[in-house]
Design a protein around this ligand. Sequence first.
Ligand SMILES: NC(=O)c1ccc[n+]([C@@H]2O[C@H](COP(=O)([O-])OP(=O)(O)OC[C@H]3O[C@@H](n4cnc5c(N)ncnc54)[C@H](OP(=O)(O)O)[C@@H]3O)[C@@H](O)[C@H]2O)c1
Length: 343
Amino acid sequence: MQKIKVGVYGATGYTGLELVRLLEQHPAVEIGFLTSESQAGRSLQSSWAQAPDVPLISASQAASGMVDQVFLCLPHTQSASQAAEAIRAGVKVIDLSADLRLDDPAIYQTWYQVEHPEPDLLPVPYGLPEIDRSQLAGAQCIANPGCYATAVLLGLTPLVQKGWITNTFPVIIDAKSGVTGAGRSPKQNLMFGEVYANFSPYNIGRNHRHLAEIEQELARRGFPAGQIIFSPHLLPTDRGILAAIYVQGQDNSNARAIFEQQYHNEPFIRMLPAGELATLGHVVRTPLAAVSLTSVNEKFLIVMVAIDNLLKGAASQAVQNFNLQWGLPETTGLLTLGETQYG
Ligand SMILES: NC(=O)c1ccc[n+]([C@@H]2O[C@H](COP(=O)([O-])OP(=O)(O)OC[C@H]3O[C@@H](n4cnc5c(N)ncnc54)[C@H](OP(=O)(O)O)[C@@H]3O)[C@@H](O)[C@H]2O)c1
């Protein structure tokens, strides 16, 4: 098989490292280059002991034309210009940052407090295959969703699409993430002494940036913006997201059928049987999402969604999107539900 040559920008970050590990064992991929500004000239292994021994170069030494595909695992504001350069060179792009997720540059500026670096690139297909893969096949550029947004949209979109939800305000989402969700750069609030044996809310209410993409994607399907209360928390663990979504609807007796209709053929979505609740243990270090439904009464439902923020919330979702871009089976290079100990 002719291999697809890929470049990964930001390979020394948490999402970059996960992605390189997946790409290394992907049967259709050859690594063309890996970039890092701080570690250029060294091996990726010097940044992470379990990483493959592949040299790092700086972004200025990496020309998009050297590869067929780039993955951007860079901070927001840094990604967009690399995406523009790659697109000009005819190279396919998957951006894991927030730069290309919002259709409207003015909304980006409101949430990220900076002018959009490349507004002409927008809009770009939003890469959440289980919700809509129609625009992803063959796409030149895909915006990989945020980690919280992936969990929340997997839990809410099936209900929104069926017009099931009756309480437009509030839909309450109580979400928790492990520390790697905040990236690898050192920050005081992420130090072991601050996080260990602690549990902290942050950006609660309507302040977390992922709310913008969550509401954009739900609005596309008819759910009005401004109706969600979204409260994230920092868990004293390395990875994993658990979102509890509290919602009121027409009749709980058909809620499970709605989810099963949406996800019954999905190799990465594990619908848990009644009585079993989604936990981080169902998904951490796998590309899966686990979904559980709990009826509180006839109309009130709690949807729990668990994902690994670095895999289904970032790197494995990027590989699903890459496979779709290149017309490969979506599961190529990824362990599916039936192949894991959780299946
Ligand atoms: N962590 C998650 O769970 C998660 C999930 C979904 C999406 N994302 C998004 O994916 C992107 C990467 O996230 P991450 O968690 O992998 O971040 P990270 O651990 O902080 O890594 C960032 C990477 O970008 C490189 N970089 C290049 N220019 C940089 C600059 N000016 N400032 C800082 N780093 C720079 C860093 O290495 P050098 O400094 O050596 O170049 C590093 O390789 C972010 O946009 C993030 O929002 C993260």
